[in-house]
Design a protein around this ligand. Structure first.
Ligand SMILES: Cc1ncc(COP(=O)(O)O)c(C=O)c1O
Length: 368
């Protein structure tokens, strides 16, 4: 049992021991000094103008939203060239991950995913009793797709592929994805988690919309939280076979997506908003390039960064201790995300944060 769980007060009622054994989710602490929050892969820009307009319009918040949200789903369906029931909305794409695991994996069934990857993956099966099967990344911080295919068993019900991989940054290339899919049983669900898709510049990267039609067992996940900057409104979506998405609907908490989130997402898809969005993405991608080259200039082996974050590995080519580096950042009032034993993830954010990051890392390396 973890320290956090053993320190928790004893509940006055009978609860599941396996649930009590897991520490509850803790958001990163707020900075104690003025600094940058580079720990959650958030967008540093204020909302798009079209979203501001929506938010300033007093919505009918005394009413539940119409759950089917056909207008938004139709807009997204048109982008992917699928029917309306091929799109499923939820309060964040993380909600859809939980829904799909609950729909696919019974007690003892396996959820296969790379590691390190999105921190939510290991706990997705907790409430349904499904087991997380993490497969280490390659030395280049990429998915080891051969090892993942080797790890598929009779109990594997869902395979999670994160591209670009949070927290390390590389994408899965399309050719590698196709080779992997040939080794996945046709009745096993594969989820392509593309939360950072809009930041991808690698032409060889797999893109959900290009491969979806070839694979009936594939579901593509997208979110409005990252490039679109709507993290606080909670809205994401899945595209895939209607029968799979209908099962996710069954395991979903009803009426979780708010009308405000729906309206903001729709506004973000209008032509003016898209142009504004594209310009912001370009700025963040340029900052990413600057940050990667600055860190490589300090002698660090930074993997290919295709999201809105960069990864400093712990170990050869990286820093001695991810936890110590994160502490050095915190001492300067800037928050980054340590993965103890693996590395540190730093979000690409405000222009002013770039020299601060480089300066702190330079100082940290010089002090060793
Ligand atoms: C890879 C990945 N998938 C999904 C999510 C969930 O995003 P949201 O629930 O805000 O849509 C995140 C958030 O950090 C992520 O990094």
């Amino acid at each position: 049992m973890s320290e956090a769980a053993s320190a928790a007060p004893r509940p006055p009622v009978r609860l599941r021991a396996d649930v009590l054994a897991v520490p509850p989710y803790r958001q990163g602490a707020a900075p104690t000094r003025p600094g940058f929050k580079l720990s959650s892969n958030e967008n540093p820009f204020p909302p798009l103008q079209a979203v501001v307009d929506v938010l300033s319009d007093p919505a009918a918040v005394n009413r539940y939203a119409a759950a089917a949200m056909p207008e938004l789903r139709a807009a997204l369906a048109a982008e992917f060239g699928v029917s309306l029931d091929g799109v499923h909305l939820a309060a964040g794409s993380v909600a859809i991950l939980f829904q799909l695991v609950a729909a696919a994996a019974a007690p003892g069934d396996e959820v296969l995913h790379a590691w390190p990857s999105f921190e939510a993956y290991p706990s997705l099966g907790l409430s349904s009793g499904a087991v997380s099967v993490p497969v280490p990344l390659t030395a280049d911080a990429e998915h080891d797709l051969d090892a993942m295919a080797d790890a598929i068993t009779e109990r594997t019900r869902i395979v999670l592929l994160c591209t670009p991989n949070n927290p390390t940054g590389p994408t899965i290339r399309r050719a590698d994805f196709e080779r992997f899919m040939q080794r996945v049983p046709a009745d096993t669900l594969v989820v392509l988690d593309e939360a950072y898709r809009e930041f991808v510049t690698d032409p060889e990267a797999v893109r959900g919309e290009e491969v979806l039609a070839n694979h009936p067992n594939l579901v593509v996940l997208r979110t409005f939280s990252k490039a679109y900057g709507l993290a606080g409104l909670r809205i994401g979506y899945a595209v895939g076979a209607p029968a799979i998405l209908a099962a996710a609907q069954v395991t979903a908490i009803p009426l979780s997506v708010t009308g405000v989130a729906e309206a903001a997402a729709l506004a973000s898809l209008q032509p003016d908003a898209r142009a504004e969005l594209a310009a912001r993405i370009e700025v963040l991608v340029a900052r990413r390039t600057e940050l990667v080259s600055g860190l490589r200039g300090l002698g660090l082996a930074i993997p290919e960064a295709q999201g809105n974050f960069v990864w400093i590995p712990e170990g050869p080519g990286g820093v001695e201790s991810a936890a110590d580096l994160a502490a050095a950042f915190a001492a300067e009032g800037t928050l980054v995300r340590p993965f103890p034993g693996a590395g540190v993830r730093i979000t690409v954010a405000e222009a002013e944060s770039l020299p601060v990051v480089i300066g702190i890392v330079r100082g940290f390396l010089a002090a060793r």
